[in-house]
Design a protein around this ligand. Sequence first.
Ligand code: 13P
Ligand code: SF4
Length: 298
Amino acid sequence: MMEEIIALKEERRATILAHNYQNPEVQDIADLVGDSLELSRAAARLESDVIVFCGVDFMAETAAILSPQKRVVLPVKGAWCPMAHMVTPEQLREMKAVYPDAAVVTYVNSTADVKAESDICCTSANGVQVVNSLEQEQVIFVPDRNLAAYVARHTEKQIIPWNGYCYVHDRFTPEEVRASRALHPEAEVLVHPECRPEVIDLADHVFSTSGMGRHAQASKAREFIIGTEVGMIYRLRKENPGKVFHPLSEKAICQNMKKTNLENLLRALQTLEPRVTVPEETAARAKRAIERMLVVKA
Ligand code: 13P
Ligand code: SF4
């Protein structure tokens, strides 16, 4: 199946992008494995005709917005991020009416309609830099309350959070961190900013998924406890064969990220379906917010 995928990929002039949480066999066959920011940047600069996005809906939408001339395919129809759907454009418009002077920063884990209502997007890798790049002193931050709380700790600006969350990261508890540290006292604890503040308080470092990858390579530590979705462990072990990685919880699984496999990836390359598109008017407004993010240095 892998050979078929590689041959068809050439024939279709396709690039396979995969998020760090994808199944191992999908990561292995992808042209690029990365975090949301890296994958957005890649989608903007790629020259292929087709992007097969192994991830969830909002990522494929972002790619379609940045590269409308390319065909963007999400191998599994309905592979979605529940957090991205926790705020609607109507709700965001109501919030803007309450805080007319505030800028709107929208986490990329959001729908295209919500991005279109925003001043600028951010990812888990650049939230603080994005907020600090703004003129306004007040910032509406949607949809992740935990990322909002993390950013609020690293900026002078007033952050007005939305009450969304990622069910995978929000479930980590301080007790799990303490228990894991007791089992692995030499390990550094790395957690994702989608975790709750009380979990972040007990960590050594807070990183986006690819930030964890860079830190694991650079750190002198040989052992790590990883507070994010378990798919990240595969990449960390592959890139750092001499180091040891323990998931903070084996139960931290994003069901939708795990739906992509070699079978549906091959089918996607054969049929170039399911295609992800964004209506032109929404795409134009969302694109402004995404492109504004892409020029912020992080
Ligand atoms: P990053 O890979 O950007 O850190 O995001 C994590 C995530 O939850 C993506 O859905
Ligand atoms: Fe969404 Fe959380 Fe899954 Fe990321 S891990 S796609 S934020 S549900």
